[in-house]
Design a protein around this ligand. Structure first.
Ligand code: MRU
Length: 376
């Protein structure tokens, strides 16, 4: 990803080869601020305070958090402490747990004298793998956009609606949903993106619009409630979102509001796809609504808005008195029946167990008790 002419990733090692640098996403789009993480607690804070966010990036940041801790103390107790601390930061995106399992199993058999370098090496590998995985998701996703362009044949922009931020800021590079869009744009297919603002934290308005703008992709921010209206009037050709956790049966958990977009898409015959890497699939789950833990976030996110004054000072304003009760679930689940397909690094498949196993046949033997009983 290029930002003002500079090639960037969302996370990288500092010059000392030990500290970890990230973009503080809570400051975008108003300020581009790089933060340096030097220990486990800072890595955990980066995830829980959402300086970094997005399922794949949370996973890679956690992996580097383990490496930071191994650099300070490479004992077994310290490894267990790092894994527990990082696992407690956010509950919904399964990539976090996946990355921590990866680190734990890689480091378990390594002598403590070699653990620090092994941890950095493996965290670096997870980061590189994420870039390649997301690049491939774009390669497969663009075929859907090409097919619509061909079918329409009028040379007009393909209208794509997306929710939250599933771009390079949510991964190490490229993104998932946006990877396909960047690829279409770069290959000369005209696209225009409807960007849901994504209340309450506004990842669409603050992050997706910013990164599409940096890449030169035409886009328009809409209020979250506008998508259904646009679909009814034939102004959306395709919806593509990301996912924080996808069950083995194809249910898609993503940022709150995704489900309502899928319902509107279904009612209007608009194809609805979720783009996700293998690390987002939770092979242990078969019923997303019943089984996926949904993060409940602080009501302050609904009560307050922040942004710059005309003079450029960032200020916070209240839109509700503190005494008004609020509820703030951060994710919802779109049942597989509303999902036209899943775009993965291995190809596009139906949102179903059969569809996923077609792409990941090696998972065929891993059905759990709950999966089997739900299908009985
Ligand atoms: O709360 P966030 O900003 O971490 O939520 C992120 C999303 O819901 C994304 O759509 C999802 O992680 C997919 S990222 C490629």
């Amino acid at each position: 990803m290029i930002v003002e002419g500079v090639a960037r990733r969302s996370i990288w090692l500092g010059r000392d080869g030990r500290s970890v640098e990230i973009i503080d996403q809570t400051r975008l789009p108003h300020e581009f601020v790089v933060r340096t993480l030097v220990d486990l607690d800072q890595a955990a804070e980066a995830i829980s305070a959402m300086w970094v966010r997005g399922a794949p990036l949370i996973g890679v940041t956690a992996a580097y958090g383990v490496a930071l801790q191994m650099n300070a103390d490479a004992s077994d107790a310290s490894l267990a402490h790092a894994v527990d601390t990082l696992a407690a930061t956010r509950p919904t995106a399964v990539n976090l747990r996946w990355a921590l399992e990866e680190m734990k199993s890689t480091l378990a058999g390594v002598a403590s004298t070699d653990r620090s370098s092994a941890a950095y090496r493996h965290a670096g590998k997870l980061a590189e793998d994420d870039v390649e995985t997301c690049r491939k998701i774009g390669e497969h996703g663009v075929t859907l956009i090409e097919a619509i362009a061909e079918r329409r044949g009028d040379g007009g922009p393909i209208q794509i609606l997306t929710h939250c931020n599933a771009g390079w800021l949510a991964t190490v590079d490229w993104g998932t949903a946006l990877s396909a869009i960047y690829r279409a744009h770069d290959s000369g297919i005209p696209v225009h993106v409807w960007v849901d603002e994504t209340r309450p934290r506004n990842q669409g308005a603050s992050l997706t619009a910013w990164e599409l703008g940096q890449h030169g992709v035409p886009h328009t921010v809409i209020a979250d409630n506008a998508g259904g209206h646009l679909m009814q009037h034939g102004r959306v050709d395709l919806c593509i979102t990301g996912s924080d956790r996808t069950t083995a049966t194809g249910d898609v958990c993503n940022k709150i509001g995704t489900y309502l977009k899928a319902l509107a898409a279904h009612d209007n015959g608009v194809p609805f796809y979720a783009a996700l890497p293998h690390s987002t699939i939770d092979w242990d789950l078969s019923d997303g609504v019943a089984q996926i833990p949904i993060e409940e976030r602080d009501g302050a996110e609904l009560r307050r808005f922040s942004g710059p004054t005309r003079e450029g000072h960032i200020v916070e304003i209240s839109v509700l008195p503190d005494s008004t009760p609020v509820a703030n679930p951060a994710f919802d689940v779109t049942p597989a029946r509303l999902v036209t397909g899943l775009i993965t690094e291995r190809g596009v498949c139906e949102a179903s167990r059969q569809g996923l196993l077609g792409l990941y046949p090696e998972r065929g033997g891993e059905t759990t008790q709950s999966c089997e009983s739900s299908e009985a």
